[in-house]
Unconditional design. Structure first.
Ligand SMILES: *[C@@H]1O[C@H](CO)[C@@H](O)[C@H](O)[C@H]1NC(C)=O
Length: 282
């Protein structure tokens, strides 16, 4: 694929954080094994993954570069960031109250960093070139899970204020405001993830022992509901904001497909002997 997209610019949470959290004061880090064990050289890279993360592969697929650096990583500067950068922070959410839980970078602050990035880019390549790059770059948002799992269902603050339906509306309003700001700042290509089947995440299934560690249907239904609303808001924005392209990335169906048919995607079940080795009760 030719570089119709000169850079991938990333906002969000642990799903797309390549190491910003390692530069801030939080307990939520991933700079230790077994994280990154399949990454080039196997050195912990501060990605919450065994290897590269989805945005790295997206960047590579556009023919840009194989990994997207973290904005706060002092090893990189605007020369690297001009072709792709991530402002994401593990543990963050749309809601300010979510990032407060583990003292990570709030979503609004990711926007502040992006503004700073734009000034640096203008200085580096000049105004006209910067405007062109920004309008052609893919702005990708991957966020939202923590607003429910880390915040709404864990702490009583939000859930005592309003029902989950209202919480969804609040979060989608924040998403919409964020995308409108990006548009004002010159972005024209936006991709945003819906919620994945969050009731199937390992941590949630662990808590569902009473039901054979099955996926938690309540959470999955919430995700589906959220995604329908988000798609509606996106459709409205496309009508209102001339020249913008916004796509919603359907992580829900894809991830569920992987969970149901892991072998189709090359995943293998853990060998029994390994499973026994992990049993610390013995
Ligand atoms: C989150 O906090 C920032 C900084 O205090 C504030 O500007 C912003 O309005 C807050 N966002 C919401 C949705 O309340």
């Amino acid at each position: 694929m030719s570089a119709m997209v000169p850079a991938v610019i990333v906002f969000g949470d642990s799903t797309v954080d390549p190491g910003n959290n390692n530069q801030i004061s939080t307990v939520l880090k991933s700079n230790f094994a077994p994280y990154s064990r399949d990454y080039f050289g196997g050195q912990p890279t501060e990605r919450f993954s065994n290897g590269r993360i989805a945005t790295d592969f997206i960047s590579e697929a556009f023919g840009i570069k194989p990994v997207i650096p973290a904005y706060l990583d002092p090893k990189y500067d605007i020369r690297d960031f001009a072709t792709g950068v991530s402002f994401a922070s593990a543990g963050t959410g749309y809601d300010n109250a979510t990032s407060d839980v583990l003292s990570v970078i709030p979503f609004w602050k990711e926007m502040e960093y992006y503004r700073e990035y734009q000034s640096k880019l203008r200085e580096y390549v000049g105004n006209d070139k910067a405007n062109y790059l920004l309008s052609e770059s893919l702005h990708l948002l991957s966020i939202g899970t923590n607003d429910f799992l880390e915040n709404y269902y864990t702490f009583p603050t939000r859930s005592s204020q309003y029902p989950v339906d209202k919480d969804e509306d609040l979060l989608i309003e924040i998403a919409s405001t964020f995308i409108r700001k990006l548009y004002k700042l010159g972005a024209r290509k936006v991709a945003i993830t819906g919620l994945a089947p969050i009731g199937c995440l390992p941590l949630e299934r662990m808590t569902n022992i009473m039901h054979g560690s099955a996926c938690i249907e309540e959470y999955n239904n919430l995700a589906k509901n959220f995604n329908v609303k988000l798609q509606g808001t996106i459709t409205k924005m496309i009508q209102e904001l001339g020249g913008i392209q916004i796509v919603m990335l359907n992580t829900y169906d894809k991830l569920l497909e992987m969970i149901r048919n892991p072998t189709w995607f090359g995943f293998e079940r853990m060998q029994k002997q390994h499973a026994v080795g992990l049993d610390t009760s013995r």
